[in-house]
Design a protein. Structure first.
Length: 427
């Protein structure tokens, strides 16, 4: 067997059969050296149904998965033999491979998934990490898909320093921002960390991230975000020329989000009528529900006259529905796991629908940047900075986790400061 020149495939082995059954086998092919490792007997019709037509019933999927696990085991053994047997011409023994493949395994040993596809490891990661929000899971899967598109059928053992460099350069050459590439890399690192910390890896695997020679260090970047000028923002805030009731509703939702410290749309959807207390309302960022362990604090929003007017327009008039906008039904519980997907889909569809009307307004105003539900956070931040609000106060009003360090020196969120911030947003 020549080093690095082989393939393992699942086949229907038709030789030496007796009766209607055939062997499903692993065909190990190293140039002119071929061997078959018989696994289980099936009919030809069963093989074609399960492996050719890819039957979707539970039994077929389970059977196919077990055979794929045997294929993975064979590939892993080949890799180990190539590393352990260092002969002059790099030849390893087919008979030794067969002996190791069929010998009973020690169940006490760690599972070796060095030959597992990286995409499959990602699936394991998102399924086993119970505190991950659905959006975070989708983000990890997106980063994994990006790596898969760059190098299809990539195995964990192939995620090396050089591959990460090539992956980075490929995306930068194709117009991706360095911040986007860094985001991909952080996700890939987290998935591989899971692989290491769960003791699933072969000790020969070299973790590609870190400092030093032949270690990939994730780049940090601070790109200036393009936002509206004060003049453009004032133009948007003064807008009243609506062409439809739906356009007015979308605009006033956007304006309310902007005035609410640039809260995320999901937090507006979850906002309840009883969150409003006299001159303020208070909310907890949905993003921190599963991740923030301490220093939990509700974020205050000052209800200026502009905000009071928006509240009166937007508030759901159904007295039985406790949610402010009424997009969610009475009894909806965000902490119920099954509701997470419903909520995320609701917010995404709602945001896309409202953004259609905001785009029309942006076009009519002729401003340099389109206003969207997601743009409010940046606009809020820049408006506060340009108005002289301290960055520490802005950080706390945004609900950033970095406020923990600041609070050690200057205390908790100050309602006087919250009122001061609310007073500058619509001027």
């Amino acid at each position: 067997m020549k080093r690095g020149l082989g393939t393992v495939t699942v086949v229907l082995y038709e030789k030496n059969r007796k009766g209607p059954l055939f062997n499903i086998a692993l065909r190990v092919n190293y140039r002119n050296l071929v061997t078959y490792l018989n696994l289980v007997k099936v009919t030809k019709e069963q093989y074609e149904s399960i492996f050719i037509r890819r039957a979707k019933d539970e039994a077929s999927i389970e059977f196919r998965t077990s055979v794929e696990a045997q294929k993975l085991k064979c590939e892993s053994l080949i890799y180990k033999l190539e590393k352990l047997i260092d002969t002059k011409d790099g030849v390893i023994s087919l008979s030794l491979l067969r002996e190791m493949f069929f010998s009973p395994s020690d169940s006490s040993e760690s599972q070796d998934i060095s030959m597992l596809l990286f995409s499959e490891l990602t699936q394991q990661y998102v399924k086993s990490n119970q505190i991950l929000a659905l959006r975070s899971k989708r983000k990890y899967l997106n980063s994994s898909n990006s790596l898969e598109k760059f190098k299809p059928n990539l195995k964990v053992i192939e995620v090396t320093y050089q591959l990460l460099i090539d992956f980075e350069q490929y995306h930068l050459r194709n117009g991706k921002k360095s911040a986007t590439v860094a985001s991909y890399m952080r996700d890939i690192k987290a998935i591989l960390n899971f692989y290491i910390t769960e003791e699933l890896s072969d000790t020969s695997y070299k973790f590609p991230f870190g400092r030093g020679r032949n270690k990939y260090q994730i780049k940090t970047s601070h790109h200036r975000k393009d936002v509206l000028t004060d003049e453009e923002l004032n133009k948007v805030l003064a807008f009243t020329d609506f062409e439809s009731a739906k356009e007015e509703y979308a605009y006033k939702c956007w304006k309310f989000i902007y005035g609410s410290n640039g809260m995320n749309p999901i937090d507006l959807i979850l906002l309840r009528k009883d969150d409003f207390k006299e001159d303020f309302f208070f909310f907890e960022r949905h993003k921190t529900i599963n991740t923030r362990k301490n220093n939990l604090e509700l974020i205050p929003v000052f209800m200026s006259p502009d905000m009071q007017e928006l509240k009166a327009f937007l508030q759901n008039k159904d007295v039985e529905n406790p949610f402010f906008l009424g997009e969610l039904k009475k009894g909806f519980n965000v902490l119920v796991k099954e509701n997470e997907k419903i909520l995320i889909n609701k917010v995404m569809n709602w945001g896309r629908y409202q953004n259609r009307y905001l785009k029309r307004i942006s076009n009519r105003l002729g401003i340099s940047q389109k206003i969207t539900m997601a743009s409010c956070r940046d606009l809020f931040t820049n408006k506060c900075l340009r108005s002289g609000v301290a960055s520490s106060e802005i950080s706390r009003m945004l609900g950033h986790s970095s406020q923990t360090v600041i609070e050690n020196y200057i205390g908790k969120i100050n309602l006087v400061e919250a009122k001061k911030i609310g007073g500058v947003l619509f001027k």
